[in-house]
Ligand binder design. Structure first.
Ligand SMILES: Cc1ncc(COP(=O)(O)O)c(C=O)c1O
Length: 384
């Protein structure tokens, strides 16, 4: 039986080059970057080089990067760090959207429990946030705006430029969850109207358990993890040196092939949709977010009359790994908050499956998967 992985928005396989670079560190003498002896100095140098390499790729200063344990921590730290610092300046209002990842949504919920006022904006029917609505929600008490760059469920690219520019004019900090944008969109942080941005290595064929938070120079920021003086006193804890080096290598690889990958992903997407249309008819599925700008490798499809849970389980039996919406906790699917916010009915949201392609996927796999999806959809529809 084939084994086909089509869930790259969840995580990606580790690139061989990344593993090799990390293995060298793990097999080396080791050392704590905070130690003053030669072992420590060596580890510190490795960490510093990794930070420099990531900063080069992201077009920012190395001092503007804080290493974290991944995307969730970057989001939590970015939001709390900026919100509490702004609170000291008398600002206690946060604007975010209903389509953010739970790492943002739940972090904002916590800030609300702690006394911040929160405005949560809905997207339009295509899944895009409307900048004018965000700008309208801004006021003199607004501390922070948080809007993601690429949605992890629909692949929709959000219009952050206009939002960021308006925030800047008003002294409001702007946080962007750029976790799904990394390796997909060009990111020149220095030129973007963004104060804080979150990244995660395992979405770009890097290791799990390492991420980064960009905090632009001069941004008010309150550390959340307390302890040692690591990361310029902004995030205590012994750093993940091998992870940071793996992240740097993964990002260099991702950037070097970003354009060629995009072309390939477009071809895979087109072929998949074309074949599916031929086999079950264009009316048998809905491309969620299809009328907004989307990255090519995240494809969210609703199959009316088909339960996503059945489709997912049957695809798994056939060796094809995909995801339903994004929320899959303890093996159970819950209705996608993103699709619900876009106004999809319960039935359509409950029939949505996310296919996310990656570097390892071949055209043969795409064609085979489209055929299996078509067979299963027809079968499930007739037995439902
Ligand atoms: C948009 C977005 N934000 C945050 C996260 C959380 O990142 P991590 O898995 O590295 O904690 C993810 C991961 O799926 C994501 O897609």
């Amino acid at each position: 039986m084939q084994s086909i992985y089509m869930d790259h928005a969840a995580t990606t396989p580790l690139a061989t080059e990344v593993l090799e670079e990390m293995t060298v560190i793990w097999q080396g003498p080791g050392g704590n970057p905070s130690s003053v002896h030669a072992f420590g100095r060596n580890a510190k140098q490795q960490l510093g080089r990794a930070r420099d390499r990531i900063a080069t790729q992201l077009h920012c200063s190395p001092a503007e990067l804080i290493f974290t344990s991944g995307g969730t921590e970057s989001d939590n730290l970015g939001l709390a760090g900026a919100a509490w610092a702004q609170r000291k300046a008398g600002r206690d209002h946060i604007i975010t959207t209903a389509i953010e990842h739970h790492a943002v949504l739940h972090a904002v919920d916590r800030l609300e429990e702690q006394g911040f006022r929160v405005t949560r904006l809905l997207p339009d029917a295509s899944g895009a946030i409307v900048p004018a609505q965000v700008i309208e929600a801004m006021n003199e008490q607004t501390a922070l705006v948080s809007v993601m760059l690429v949605n992890n469920e629909t692949g929709t690219v959000q219009p952050i430029e206009q939002i960021g520019a308006a925030a800047r004019e008003r002294g409001i900090l702007f946080h962007v969850d750029a976790i799904q944008a990394l390796g997909r969109l060009p990111l020149r942080l220095r030129e973007m109207p963004v104060d804080l941005a979150s990244f995660s290595a395992h979405k770009i064929n890097g290791p799990q358990g390492i991420g980064a938070l960009y905090v632009a120079k001069g941004t008010r920021f309150e550390p959340q993890l307390l302890g040692g003086p690591q990361e310029r006193n902004r995030r205590a804890g012994t750093e993940n040196v091998a992870g940071a080096c793996g992240f740097a290598r993964a990002l260099e690889l991702a950037e070097s092939r970003r354009e060629s990958k995009r072309e390939r992903m477009l071809q895979l997407r087109q072929r998949f949709l074309e074949l599916l249309s031929d086999l079950i008819g264009r009316d048998a599925f809905i491309l969620n977010g299809g009328s907004s700008e989307q990255v090519p490798d995240i494809l969210n499809l609703s199959f009316p009359g088909v339960s996503a849970e059945s489709l997912l389980m049957n695809l798994d039996i056939e060796g094809i790994a995909v995801s339903g919406g994004s929320a899959c906790s303890s093996g159970a699917l819950s209705r996608s908050h993103v699709l619900t916010a876009m106004g999809l009915s319960e039935q359509l949201a409950g029939s949505a499956v996310r296919f996310s392609f990656g570097l390892g996927n071949t055209m043969e796999e795409i064609e085979y998967s489209a055929q299996i999806v078509a067979t299963l959809v027809l079968r499930i529809r007739t037995t439902a």
